[in-house]
Design a protein. Structure first.
Length: 381
């Protein structure tokens, strides 16, 4: 089981390959008369092997979060079955010892590090007992095989741990990159939106002050106009603060609905939201919210004349899709600013892609598609 609570499918493919190869080897050797074992015991060992692989697969499919809770007991069971098979087919002379190798190599690629040493010791104990009568004449062969299994198992698990550490480092760097990008976006929003509004209001109020005695009616109109502008600036400030400090207990669907309501208050467009009641990986949820947020911000800035905006999402065939469309003025997709670039980068980091369809006078459609199942890193900011 990996760190996300899912067991990689290739591992179970490998388990079944090992079981099938072992059964074919045993049946062929027995049919050639080169495997001295009671047929009843051979059938029992084959059934035990199939049962173990089937149970691993069933648990993985029904509840992946409990895989290793069961499979560490199955590991002990497998070691017992292999040990009985080795003992029954010649002890140190049996070729079945390679099954210890296959079992531990497969498990070392997925098991938590704390289980590696107990698993190795269990295999070593099982093989030692299976070859108990041969220690006096073949102790060097037994120790060599055990040492090979131990060395390769530890190496595979070490590579796995290093891989996970690199993934965490990459995730931390990605989080820092997203943080820098988010700061730049907020700074740009302040400069283009709030900063522009404040400068406009200050200039308007200065004009009103200068003409308040000579043209009181016009001065009053300017004060009212700039008061409305300042209220809009305050609302924009509240939106930015809310986006930075969202409640982690609020679902991604409700966060998008809140963004839609706030946008609708600004541009007075009809905004429809159709989101499925499903949970996604936290990183994908955050990506969906951030892309919806950026798309709605662009609509307020560049498509305020839009009359209809639609936000819809669906999950089908293991893939998630989020679409934001508007009937605004559209734009030339060859000219993409930082906002669209950041949206595309977020989609890529989620293992998906962002498609933008727009043209002057034809509105805009933005679609995020991403896999719902993948090797996720830490949640992106």
């Amino acid at each position: 089981m990996d760190q996300t609570g899912r067991t990689p499918k290739p591992v179970f493919v490998n388990v079944w390959l090992v079981v099938i190869c072992a059964i074919v080897w045993a049946v062929v050797r027995y049919s050639q008369g080169r495997l001295e074992i009671a047929p009843e015991l051979l059938v029992a060992l084959v059934l035990f092997a199939i049962a173990s692989a089937s149970l691993r697969t069933y648990v993985a499919v029904s509840d992946p979060s409990k895989v290793f809770t069961f499979t560490h007991w199955l590991l002990v069971f497998d070691i017992l079955v292999i040990s009985v098979g080795v003992a029954a087919t010649g002890g140190v002379h049996s070729e079945a010892w390679i099954l210890y190798f296959a079992l531990l190599c497969t498990e070392a690629a997925v098991m938590p590090p704390k289980w590696v040493v107990p698993a190795i010791l269990s295999c070593a104990a099982g093989y030692s007992i299976a070859c108990w009568g041969d220690w006096g004449i073949a102790w060097i062969d037994i120790l060599f095989r055990i040492s090979m299994v131990v060395t390769v198992t530890l190496f595979i698990n070490m590579v796995r741990v290093m891989h996970l550490e690199r993934q965490e480092e990459i995730a931390e760097l990605r989080e820092k990159l997203h943080l820098v990008e988010e700061r730049e976006r907020i700074a740009s929003d302040f400069h283009d939106g709030l900063g522009h509004s404040l400068v406009k209001s200050v200039l308007g109020l200065e004009v009103a002050k200068a003409i308040c005695e000579s043209e009181p009616t016009e001065a009053k109109r300017l004060v009212e106009e700039q008061t409305s502008e300042l209220r809009s600036a305050m609302a924009e400030m509240r939106d930015v603060i809310h986006q930075l400090h969202h409640d982690s207990n609020v679902s991604w669907q409700n966060r998008i609905r809140l963004l839609a309501r706030q946008t609708q208050e600004r541009i007075r467009a009809e905004i429809t939201v159709d989101l499925p009641d499903i949970r996604l990986h936290p990183q994908l949820e955050e990506t969906a919210v951030r892309i919806a947020q950026e798309a709605l911000t662009n609509i307020m800035k560049h498509s305020a004349s839009a009359t209809r905006v639609a936000i819809a999402a669906k999950a089908d065939g293991g893939r998630f899709a989020l679409t934001i469309t508007d009937d605004g003025p559209g734009f030339d997709t060859a000219n993409q600013g930082n906002g669209l670039t950041n949206m595309s980068r977020r989609a890529t980091d989620s293992g998906g892609r962002l498609e933008i369809a727009s043209a002057p006078g034809q509105g805009t459609a933005i679609e995020l598609t991403a896999p719902m199942e993948r090797e996720w890193t830490k949640s992106a900011s």
